[in-house]
Ligand binder design. Structure first.
Ligand code: SF4
Length: 358
């Protein structure tokens, strides 16, 4: 028996989650000024991604009645609520429960203009009945993609089928067109080359969904952590255990890929806030003959803005905001460019455009 298995076997598992007291229904929280809450639908996970520890406990759900009562309690006691995070590894896995919970969340979200974020697994996007119930303008649906490299996905115990992943994401966009879809990637997974990383990011941007890139953390006790040394992967000794070198990228390459990703996200942030830049970006990318046209164009545009004496200040402020998060993850939701700065980026873009089209 491995150390991990021994640890798991000695950990007490609560089989019926409803036996756990609800901090909401027990009145523990004063929600009168609260803007953000978390509703826990389940614990554990049925998947076994090699970099994750959540599946160390089996998947169990709270009953619909318990979840419904918590949602109603929160609706009655949190007058300033702006966002709800629903904690469940995959909202679409338990179809009967999802079919009951999603309409409740949708009703509350639409009545009170509350954003609701939940996670789904890319392999269950074919569960049409629950996917359709996600068609709400206040829903943020986060899909873990991680990579499109089949050997990387196999190592991570994820669905190793890029075409199926692409099909499922398009299917989600078709069935829930009003939801905000976030495609989550992980940089520096074992086996991921620079080429496959940029190809994955390029595809994700091309879908026009929101994209985030998490810098791989390898947590002690996970399967991947146990294999790090054998694969030549280096991990920071301190929390949050970011990877510093992989079997395919040395430390300098990890640093430079991460820095270029920051530049690309500067462009993605700008186009997410400007209808004009958004239209121009996808029009230019569609006519480009370059390999990975979206990442290439985003990087080129960022470099032009960085070289300009006015717009470099906007980029530097963006990087400072990124550094303040003390995370190496790239997420469009954690930074903001002011309307004045967007106007300045648009003005300089008009000057750069002839160079970008070449
Ligand atoms: S990454 Fe998500 S799907 Fe994979 S084991 Fe962890 S919680 Fe489950």
């Amino acid at each position: 028996m491995s150390d991990r298995q021994q640890k798991n076997s000695s950990t007490r598992t609560v089989n019926n989650l409803d036996d756990l007291p609800s901090p909401y229904l027990s009145g523990v929280f004063d929600l009168s000024e609260v803007k953000s809450v978390e509703i826990i639908m389940a614990r554990g996970c049925s998947q076994n991604c090699s970099y994750c520890a959540i599946h160390e406990s089996p998947l169990r759900y709270f009953s619909f009645e318990r979840i419904r009562d918590e949602i109603n309690y929160i609706a009655d006691h949190a007058p300033h609520l702006k966002e709800i995070l629903v904690t469940v590894a995959d909202m679409y896995e338990n179809v009967p429960l999802g079919e009951k919970v999603l309409p409740l969340l949708k009703k509350l979200a639409e009545e009170r203009k509350i954003r609701v974020l939940f996670y789904v697994n890319v392999s269950t996007l074919s569960h049409d009945s629950v996917v359709r119930l996600s068609d709400c303008e206040y829903f943020d649906v986060e899909v873990g993609i991680q990579s499109l490299n089949p050997s990387v996905l196999t190592t991570c115990h994820r669905l190793p089928d890029p075409e199926k992943i692409k099909y499922n994401v398009a299917h989600l966009q078709q069935l829930a067109p009003r939801a905000s879809i976030y495609l989550g990637l992980i940089a520096f997974l074992p086996g991921d080359t620079q080429e496959s990383y940029w190809a994955t990011l390029d595809w994700a941007i091309s879908t026009r969904a929101n994209v985030s890139v998490n810098h791989l953390r390898i947590i002690p006790g996970t399967e991947l952590y146990d294999r790090c040394t054998a694969r030549g992967i280096k991990v920071s000794p301190d929390y949050p255990y970011f990877v510093t070198a992989t079997d395919k990228m040395n430390e300098e390459e990890v640093f430079s890929v991460s820095r270029l990703t920051t530049q690309i996200f500067f462009t993605l942030k700008a186009i997410s806030q400007s209808h004009f830049l958004h239209t121009e970006f996808f029009s230019l990318a569609a006519s480009s003959k370059r390999k990975n046209p979206h990442t290439a164009l985003a990087a080129m545009l960022a470099r032009l803005w960085i070289k300009n004496t006015e717009t470099v200040k906007i980029f530097e402020a963006f990087v400072r905001g990124f550094e303040q998060t003390k995370s190496l993850d790239h997420d469009l939701r954690t930074n903001y460019i002011s309307p004045e700065d967007i106007a300045c980026l648009e003005e300089k873009y008009r000057l750069f455009k002839p160079y970008l089209s070449k």
